[in-house]
Design a protein around this ligand. Sequence first.
Ligand SMILES: NC(=O)c1ccc[n+]([C@@H]2O[C@H](COP(=O)([O-])OP(=O)(O)OC[C@H]3O[C@@H](n4cnc5c(N)ncnc54)[C@H](O)[C@@H]3O)[C@@H](O)[C@H]2O)c1
Length: 245
Amino acid sequence: MRFKDKVALVTGSAQGIGRGISLAFAGEGADIIVADVNLKEAEKVRREIKALGRQAEAVELDVTDLSKVQDTLNKILDKFKKIDILVNNAGITRDNLILRMSEAEWAGVLKVNLTGTFNCTKAVSRVMLKQKSGKIINIASIIGIIGNIGQANYSASKAGIIALTKTTAKELASRNINVNAIAPGFIKTQMTEKLPEEIKAKMLAEIPLARFGNPQDIANTCLFLASEESSYITGQTIVVDGGMV
Ligand SMILES: NC(=O)c1ccc[n+]([C@@H]2O[C@H](COP(=O)([O-])OP(=O)(O)OC[C@H]3O[C@@H](n4cnc5c(N)ncnc54)[C@H](O)[C@@H]3O)[C@@H](O)[C@H]2O)c1
């Protein structure tokens, strides 16, 4: 039990990678706040965590709204008293070629992925600064490193997360807070399920390890980045992509 009595807040954790991360931390003894816009699905994850014998709370949270993030955090602190780990995982795609991309598609993705990460980091870092400890893990993407046709909004948001990670790591380092990012490649979730089969086949052909990733692959890296084994690592982006980039 590497995370016994630790408290982890995972955004966008009602399904996919966030759910996988939450269950992995709970499996190692952590109590989890499952925060998502989709409360119904978040409740299911909460029950799965309870079944592992850990404390869990499902909260309806839209990461784009800073004042709601602050309010929700205050309620969480009333119950859990501290936040040891924040995983900024909530993210969306609204793909389109740049010539066709609407302002709403551009701004919507930036708002959830990048501003959402800013909002939660700002709110939680205040708590972690007081605690003089904490681990912040931001879920970026290899698309933020290499770009991708049809994903100007998404790639810009994820590159922004990588830069935000570097800066917050420097700002928070003196108080024993580590901030790192993970850049997943192609991970099997509802987000990637909707891609056309021919795109999936093309991507698979570009993965040296010859398989798509699964949420557990990302969760394993989160466990490392939240553990004492990575205490001398901060401001970094770890690529978890089967060798694709
Ligand atoms: N699946 C992949 O291949 C892949 C690759 C690289 C990076 N990522 C990143 O990993 C993260 C999780 O992706 P996933 O594949 O599990 O996606 P997903 O669509 O399965 O899950 C995303 C979750 O985020 C929640 N969410 C959306 N908007 C929100 C908001 N405003 N506030 C709070 N929650 C919100 C959704 O309700 C959902 O539960 C995302 O940041 C995504 O960009 C995924």
